[in-house]
Design a protein around this ligand. Sequence first.
Ligand SMILES: [Zn+2]
Length: 265
Amino acid sequence: MRKLAFCLLAALTASTLVAGAMPGTASAAASRPLPKGTKALTANPIYRAGKLPVTSCPEVGAQPTDYTNSQALLMFEKDCLDSTWKRFFGKVGFSFRAPSLELINKYEKTNACGRVDGFWGGAYCDKKQGIVVMIDGWMLEYADSSFLPYVLAHEYGHHVQKRAGILTAYDAAVRKMSRKKAIEFNKRMEEQADCLSGAFLKSIWASLGYPGTSALDQMLTYITEDMGDPSHGGGKHRAYWVNRGYRAGAPSACNTFTAPYSIIK
Ligand SMILES: [Zn+2]
């Protein structure tokens, strides 16, 4: 699913904030046709386009301690995600436009996803190509790590999948599957978004100023312990894919659609 299931721990009150470029801006000139069908999933050109450009995004290394500075951190990260992935898509030759981003801290109607209720931290809605992140008390419990940047980078991973033709091929294929196969397939799609988030985090990591490797290790521990669920895959496997993307710094590491199911489930 294109949401992160999560326990809601507390609610704050503040208004919705819309950040970043709206859809329709930042189009690249290019236009290689998108792959279709199985090829879009298993042999997508994004797997052969090398590393993400290394950039500086130091504001993302700040510790999020409240709603306001968490918003600021995510807006900075959004700008870096936009420019990084735009450059990468330019290299691949696919057209690119940035998704919208809405940051909320209470359940309310959103532009991209409509009304979003329930226990989740982030969502990507591909019809409007928009991301919604709920910044709530639970997020701040993870403030001693790169967990919050991971949440946005994961949702952005779904946008990358959309722009690369992966989500469209996924949606067409999953409709014809048995329930059991569809759940397996969903985990592959989610863990690919995890891997893409890891690749992005690597591309900005040197600029974040985290001391040592503890912010990364702590994030992977949180994902292992808290992020597993029946539709996204086990926490251990999710952390594996984040780390795999991080180690490579490239979408080439993220072909979850050909990986053995033993490292997905
Ligand atoms: Zn997801």
